[in-house]
Design a binder for this molecule. Structure first.
Ligand code: ZN
Ligand code: ZN
Length: 218
C-alpha cells in the first residue's frame, strides 16, 4: 500500500511523524507522504522539519517517507505562488486541499491548483468537466478520498476522471491512527466510488509512477 496524503501533529494530525510512519510500516505499507495543512503562516516552519524527519526515517526503516505539504484554504489567486514556494522549500509532493463539499473552500481553488500543476488535487468535490480535462493536460492526479465527508463526491470524481482519462490516486487523508487503511478497506473505498473491482491496483500504480517521477522509486 501507498498513502500520499496524511497529517501529523505539525498541523491537525494526532501523531508525531515517527509514529505515523511506524504505524504504516506495521500495516505493511511501502510509502507514505506526510502532507500537513499549510499556508503563508507556516510553510517555512513545517517543510524543513518534515524533510528532517523524512531523511532520518529513510535512513533507518523500510517505508519510504516523502516530505510533502497540503496547501489549504489559500485564496485561489495566491495558490500558484505558494506551490512554487513549497517546492523551493523542498517539498517533494505538493497537494492542494480541493473543493470538498463539506467545507467552504473558495470556488476556483481546483482550477488554480491544476493550473499550478500540483502533484495531487485532494478531494476535488464536484470538480467540473473542464477542470478534469485540464488535470489530464497538466498531469495532475485527482484524489479518491477515504476521509468521511470528503468521500461524498468520490463517485462524481471517479466518473469524470474515467470519461476524461484523468489519473486517480487513493489516499486516506489520515489525521488519526484509525484513519490509516488496511488493504481490504482500500478495495472497498475504490469499489464504493463506482470503479470496477480490482481498480485499486491501477490507482496504486498511478501512485507508484508519481513516486518515481519525484525521485522515490519503489
Ligand atoms: Zn484536505
Ligand atoms: Zn488533508
Amino acid at each position: 500500500m501507498i498513502d500520499l496524503h496524511t497529517h501529523s501533529l505539525f498541523s491537525d494530525g494526532e501523531l508525531i511523524p515517527s509514529e505515523l510512519v511506524r504505524r504504516v510500516e506495521f500495516l505493511g505499507y511501502y510509502a507514505v507522504a506526510i502532507t500537513d495543512h499549510s499556508d503563508a503562516s507556516n510553510l517555512d516552519f513545517i517543510i524543513p522539519r518534515i524533510i528532517q524527519v523524512a531523511d532520518d526515517l529513510n535512513r533507518s526503516q523500510p517505508v519510504k517517507v516523502i516530505p510533502g505539504v497540503e496547501l489549504t484554504h489559500i485564496p485561489p489567486k495566491s495558490i500558484g505562488f505558494f506551490v512554487s514556494r513549497a517546492r523551493e522549500l523542498g517539498a517533494r509532493l505538493v497537494l492542494v486541499h480541493g473543493e470538498t463539499i463539506v467545507e467552504p473552500v473558495a470556488p476556483g481553488t481546483n482550477k488554480a491548483a491544476i493550473e499550478a500543476r500540483v502533484d495531487i488535487l485532494a478531494h476535488p468535490g464536484l470538480i467540473s468537466d473542464e477542470d478534469t480535462s485540464l488535470a489530464v493536460e497538466n498531469g495532475v492526479l485527482l484524489e479518491i478520498s477515504a476521509r468521511a465527508g470528503h468521500s461524498f463526491t468520490n463517485g462524481h470524481v471517479a466518473g469524470l476522471a474515467k470519461n476524461a482519462g484523468a489519473g486517480l490516486v487513493l489516499n486516506s487523508d489520515a489525521h488519526s491512527p484509525g484513519d490509516l487503511m488496511a488493504r481490504e478497506f482500500a478495495h472497498k473505498v475504490v469499489e464504493g466510488a463506482g470503479l470496477p473491482s480490482g481498480s485499486l491496483s491501477s490507482l496504486l500504480s498511478n501512485a507508484r509512477q508519481l513516486l518515481e517521477k519525484i525521485g522515490y522509486p519503489l
